[in-house]
Ligand binder design. Sequence first.
Ligand SMILES: [Zn+2]
Length: 133
Amino acid sequence: MNPFYYSVAARAKHRCEYCRAPEAIFNFPFEIEHVLPLASGGTTVEMNLALACRSCNLFKSDHLSFVDPSTDQISRLYDPRIDNQNEHFEFNGMSGMVKGVTPMGRATVNCLKMNSENQILARRQWYRPGLFP
Ligand SMILES: [Zn+2]
């Protein structure tokens, strides 16, 4: 287990800090990811770590920026340590969709494939018992 898991997971209230997936219904702990990737000079300190579900961590990979599909412009990705999630995303439990409402939000939704069919179907299931958003 990553030595930072307990403190990072508690700070994140055991939700993916990108898509808000609830860790409690998974049968494996969420991942500790580097907001600024190690490959880009990031370090393993709590201020550079975030709790992420497998899907978000996999697709974020070493990306720092991505295309906003509304403008075709590059935007840096959402940073859970410095950006306010509510300013950049809208979460809809009934539809299961995560909507980026800023260039950064849209680029992040696009890069992390937050609205893949599997993600949407899962969120609709989480919505019923009140686990999402
Ligand atoms: Zn996620």
